[in-house]
Design a protein around this ligand. Sequence first.
Ligand SMILES: Nc1ncnc2c1ncn2[C@@H]1O[C@H](COP(=O)(O)OP(=O)(O)OP(=O)(O)O)[C@@H](O)[C@H]1O
Ligand SMILES: [Mg+2]
Length: 326
Amino acid sequence: MAVLEVDKLKMYYSTREGDVRAVDDVSFTLEKGTTLGIAGESGSGKSSLAYTLMKLLPQNGSIRGGKIIIAGVDVSDMPEGEVRSKVRWKHISLVPQSAMNALNPVFKVGEQISEAILVHQDTDPDIAIEKSKQMLELVGIDPRRYDSYPHELSGGMRQRAMIAMALVLNPDIIVADEPTTALDVIVQAQIIQLLKDLKRTLSMSLVLITHDLSLVAEMSDMVIIFYAGQIVEYGSSEALFVTPAHPYTFGLIHAFPNLKGPKTKLISIPGSPPDLVAPPSGCRFNPRCQFATQICREVEPELRSLNGGRLVRCHHAEEVLAKSVR
Ligand SMILES: Nc1ncnc2c1ncn2[C@@H]1O[C@H](COP(=O)(O)OP(=O)(O)OP(=O)(O)O)[C@@H](O)[C@H]1O
Ligand SMILES: [Mg+2]
């Protein structure tokens, strides 16, 4: 069963230079109880997509088309009041990028979690406190820490507290934006284990956004490779990591000869990501692509299906796949 369906979604930021096409015709489905990994380099629009799914956009950001269907309901044109009262936190929650620095330093951690409950649900304050303590325990924090201030907790504990906050109204979907970046390796492993445990015990569905390819490979059922506001490849984790069919995925994987080996965080292939106001004509990846030919500079490729239910946005996908399989 699909808990989230995104169809041809577009979200642009208006700027003086023109529209920043941060989310540009994005479609995917998240099945209940599964993890969808979204990987892409810095500036490709991952966080923009996360905030668009939550419908939490800055003043200059707006949805320009497409649908977001959560629990069967299209929320893309739903008024903000209704999204706040019916959808956000109850069906879909976000653990934002740099979450561990998102807590307010002047309030106790537990109070901030209780506040999140009280804002979104008509609940007795004592019940909210009780629920917050349960949530702290669930994420592996001693409930007596309810009265601690953020600075009294380690980075890993603050990250756990933010995960607890995202979970307080039992959402079906958690969007975790770079949940392990900025944490040291041991704490990263603990947070990953926590997410795995929560997924199992709460039968939660997870959208995991990261530029850490080894994390995506470890956690995801389905994977999206994101480039310049678009999906360039979408398929099962196995298909993408074993036999990539988009030159960008191919380049990323070949930059990491051993995904299961020591973690290397940086996604780096030669060249730099395109300007999202005026992306290159034809294929957005063509200036960096070792497979590019004339057609790639002239005709924008569609996302099309290739064998085994995988989707690829490339004129030369068959050639890339043949090279991967070899
Ligand atoms: N409010 C805004 N106004 C205009 N442009 C914006 C705004 N917020 C983000 N952008 C631009 O949108 C693009 C996508 O940014 P986004 O933060 O979504 O990328 P990201 O993939 O999450 O990157 P990172 O890996 O660094 O977190 C970037 O070019 C960024 O500069
Ligand atoms: Mg980001």
